[in-house]
Design a protein around this ligand. Sequence first.
Ligand code: BJ8
Length: 422
Amino acid sequence: DPRYEAMWEKLNLDIPAHDALLGVLGQFYGDIYMSQKGRLQGMEYLDFVLSEVHGLRIQELQEAKSKGHKIIGTFCVFVPEELTLAANAVHIGLCSGADAGTEQAETLLPRNTCALIKSFVGFKMARICPFTESCDMVVGETTCDGKKKAYETFGEMVNMHVMELPQTKSDAARALFRSEVLRYKEKLEALTGNTITVEKLRAAISTVNNKRKALQRLDALRSADPSPISGRDALLIHQVAFYDDPVRFTASINALCDQMETRVKKQEGVTAKGTPRILLSGCPMAVPNWKLPYITESSGAVIVGEESCIGTRNIRNLTDEKTEDMDGLIDALVDRYMEIDCACFTPNTERMGHVVSMAKELKADGVLHYGLMFCQPYASEAIRLEKVLRKEEIPMLAIETDYSMEDMEQLKTRVEAFVEMI
Ligand code: BJ8
């Protein structure tokens, strides 16, 4: 795109490699998204945001930078966006959903590393991600072993801050997380030169709560049969939530929800009533990882929920806004974040209950567990989850895959058989 070429060059992107990535992304999007029938009109906003993901949005980030705002990149929903916003910085989730730069990444990482990790390291090494290149600081976290070791390598290439996350939900773990939240706050204040005041933090908490409420509203509307929105579109919305401007995004999603409500009242949907309903559960699906949703929805099913960090796990809990002093606000944030049921924690039994209740509320006929190859935490929980779901008589299919297209046919066969059975 000639309009943005100068900007991409300034960001030191590898222009031919970046053009190739955008070409593939555009075609992939056309095949998977634009081919859908009966889409909500409000999805035009999402189509626009996605088509401008490396264009207009990056331009906005450069404009923000020129006005002195800092850009913070993150890889995990444990990094409190509220603090970033309260420091007048921009909070971006770095996506890591595409197979690009993998060969380069494998020179620094073991081959048996999950695709998500290879992707963020590969994007950096191949110089094809304008978001990564725009960041003033990237925040990592000690979650799974693959990520925390990769951050050691990644930290040699970018300005990195790593939050030490606990592995349990004990009182000692909470105290550790609280001190890490405060350390992140101090780090932000030093980087931006802005003091995070009570007023600013309260406003940021409210902004982020509003975004989460809009997404909660969206997800709740999907309990209708027929579902008013495809799983692909809903996933896209959850993905875009990580890099769009939060206030603008919230307004667009609420407008979309208004349209969904009208549809639900008229009992209209994207598929016929009685279409098999699937709950996705497991590892996060970052942009542009739409492979499994596409396969599932082309197999005659509709996805009605994502039990994932790019989905409900990220938006289930709100932060208490009532407190009026800094200590109380920090406590409210810590309480909210410590409820996230990530498989990197032990034990993590809450997640089992969450999957069951989501399956029931969304009237799912089956659960599709999505694990990235070499992801130990979610692979372990898949085994446990299947047993829990069996007791509830909810069928589950566990899929392990990566970002390559080589297993498309094989996955299609397995998913089709599952959809027929449920
Ligand atoms: S809170 S799920 S975003 S850590 S898929 S890199 S676990 S080997 S992503 Fe996550 Fe935060 Fe937890 Fe959510 Fe490792 Fe598994 Fe790869 Fe993963």
